[in-house]
Design a binder for this molecule. Structure first.
Ligand code: SAM
Ligand code: SF4
Length: 332
């Protein structure tokens, strides 16, 4: 039987779900959450594991092939490992990836490998303990590094996410890029977005993707462009002879919307067809109202039938409610 394929109203294939399993986090990265934290979602409002599993099964039937588990910090949610194990059994789900801050993950890596977790994105904005603390407001640098080593040891694909921030981690661009010489990791430098949980409006973004590339080229004049994987949000490069790659993600400039293949579901079940939209409908409510699979299909098809063309249009549509929520409530 032909594999199902799901498209939006702009003809873009949709085969990738990012599921935020919690909005809670044990770090306080200043670009994501205020120091005092955010008003966390009540436990009863969170989707249950059973609801999330059903949802994924329905979406896999419709054409989703890859799921990224994110948050908040996925591993602060109790019983995350049995949930991942359940997901790993879903027929037709080709890839399960995870985005984590790596503080609680090191000891779990062999089990993740056994489950067939394909790839882990580790957030690591600095290779310097003090700068790491300044950014995350928690002194757990060693734990993250242990997770990195464990992932490499188990040969799980690793991408390192580093948000580029003036005055905070500019030295780390060079240190992280150097790491790619010897370690087989994808270092990804991300434009800072205004999702800091403080309702803050976007400051002028100085370190946009062009500036980041100019900065890198100044250090590495022979930086080579490498072919980007399909649907990649990063533009990828390599220092000649390096084991790993260096990517730049224009998350705020939104240069990659034309091939966007992803949808997002927040911890309380809100479907977002774009990172910048305010949410389209609540899947959890449908599930709790005993929607049939066919009704769920219809709801997703209808949402994808009026998807914004790009992140700017999505943001415009929500002009009454400008972005400023915490990324931990969306999943990044
Ligand atoms: N807690 C996990 C972690 O940090 O990897 C998963 C969730 S976190 C929200 C997912 C990704 O979003 C992280 O790589 C983080 O750096 C990124 N992120 C959070 N807030 C951001 C912002 N304001 N601008 C750009 N990236 C952001
Ligand atoms: Fe937590 Fe990740 Fe947000 Fe940092 S970026 S506060 S680790 S959810």
């Amino acid at each position: 039987m032909d594999k199902p394929r799901l498209f939006d109203n702009h003809g873009r294939i949709i085969n990738y779900l990012r599921l935020a399993v919690t909005d809670r986090c044990n770090l306080r990265c200043f670009y994501c959450m205020p120091e005092e934290g955010i008003d966390y979602v009540d436990k009863d409002d969170l989707m249950t594991y059973e609801e999330m599993e059903r949802l994924i099964r329905v979406l896999v039937d419709m054409g989703i092939e890859k799921v990224r588990i994110t948050g908040g910090e996925p591993f602060v949610r109790k019983d995350m490992m049995p949930f991942l194990q359940q997901l790993s059994q879903i027929e037709g789900l080709k890839k399960i990836n995870i985005t984590t801050n790596g503080t609680l993950t090191a000891g779990l890596v062999p089990e993740l490998k056994k489950m067939g977790i394909h790839s882990v994105n580790l957030s690591l904005d600095s290779l310097d303990r003090d700068r790491f603390f300044q950014i995350t407001r928690r002194d757990v640098f060693d734990k993250v590094m242990q997770t990195l080593e464990a992932l490499l040891e188990e040969k799980i694909e690793v991408k390192i996410n580093a948000v580029v921030m003036e005055g905070k981690n500019m030295e780390d661009l060079f240190l992280l890029a150097e790491m790619s010489r010897t370690r087989p990791v994808g270092i990804r430098f991300i434009e800072e977005m205004p999702f800091n949980g403080a309702g803050a409006q976007s400051p002028r973004l100085f370190w946009d993707h062009r500036q980041i590339l100019t900065y890198l080229r100044a250090h590495y004049p022979d930086l080579e462009k490498v072919q980007d994987p399909p649907f990649s949000t990063s533009q990828n490069y390599r220092i000649p002879g390096a084991a790993g790659t260096i990517g730049i993600i224009a998350a705020y400039s939104r240069t990659f919307c034309g091939t966007c293949n992803r949808i997002r579901i927040t911890p309380q079940g809100m479907l977002k067809t774009c990172l910048y939209d305010a949410g389209v409908f609540n899947v959890r409510d449908l599930l709790r109202n005993e929607a049939t699979d066919a009704q769920l299909h219809d709801a997703f098809l209808s949402a994808l039938g009026s998807r914004a063309k790009n992140g700017f249009e999505a943001e415009q549509r929500r002009w009454e409610n400008p972005v400023g929520e915490s990324m931990s409530t969306i999943g990044g």
